[in-house]
Design a protein around this ligand. Structure first.
Ligand code: CA
Length: 230
């Protein structure tokens, strides 16, 4: 999952980004309104953490451009969590009216932001809390734990992020380009085989755990898909 942090206070932006990266997300930072709009036009974000008071304009503009942008049905557009000053109820109302999904008042705890982000990004409302289950895989996003047929699996942050993406989008075929867009940040080199290598390592770890078959299949010429192995 790829997140854009829009925040003009460098220390806060760095702390939020570090916390979200620690939770396994790919994170880019925008320091203002124009920077944010540019990145949103260029990249395919899953969530935007949006400070409403920006030096070069109003964060609500960013919110509006995302929610009313051409060809952005609600299910496909990024989720938006607004970060607002404690006393700015009017800002919150304006943001929610423009389609923001949630808000947090400053100062907030990074733990609470992480929980709100998980809640917004969780598609399958049947899964309780932060636990994602599919194809014999159990992924606990809050605890950073993965089990495959009951056996614990040790994953790197990127392997964990990639597996979570597959679990959140079951039955879909993911091209390497799409995975690069959503699981890696803007520092990823699109000309490397980083996606293939990470998939390969993830498969190796899942294959050596338990007796079950390989849950990630390759569809030649199209991409990768999580198999719902019985
Ligand atoms: Ca600000």
């Amino acid at each position: 999952m790829r997140i854009l942090v829009v925040e003009d206070e460098p220390d806060l932006a760095a702390a939020v980004a570090a916390s979200l990266r620690h939770d396994g997300y790919a994170v880019d930072i925008a320091a203002g309104r124009a920077d944010a709009l540019e990145r949103i036009a260029e990249n395919d974000y899953d969530l935007i953490s949006l400070d409403l008071s920006l030096p070069d304009g109003d964060g609500v503009d960013v919110c509006r451009s995302v929610t009313t942008g051409a060809g952005s049905p609600a299910a496909l557009r990024p989720k938006i969590i607004m970060l607002t000053a404690r006393d700015s109820i009017d800002d919150r109302i304006r943001g929610l009216d423009e389609g923001a999904d949630d808000y947090l008042a400053k100062p907030f705890s990074l733990g609470e932001l992480g929980a709100r982000v998980r809640a917004l990004l969780r598609r399958d409302t049947d899964t309780a809390g932060a636990l994602l289950q599919r194809a014999g895989i159990e992924l606990d996003a809050a605890r950073h734990e993965v089990r495959y047929h009951g056996e614990p699996v040790e994953l790197t942050a990127k392997e964990f992020a990639l597996l979570r993406w597959f679990l959140l989008h079951p039955d879909e075929v993911h091209s390497a380009e799409r995975l690069l867009e959503h699981v890696w940040d803007e520092h990823a080199d699109p000309f490397t085989n980083t996606v293939r290598v990470t998939i390969c390592n993830l498969r190796r770890k899942l294959a050596t755990t338990g007796e079950a078959g390989q849950p990630i299949e390759t569809l030649p010429g199209r991409g990768y898909r999580l198999r719902d192995a019985a």
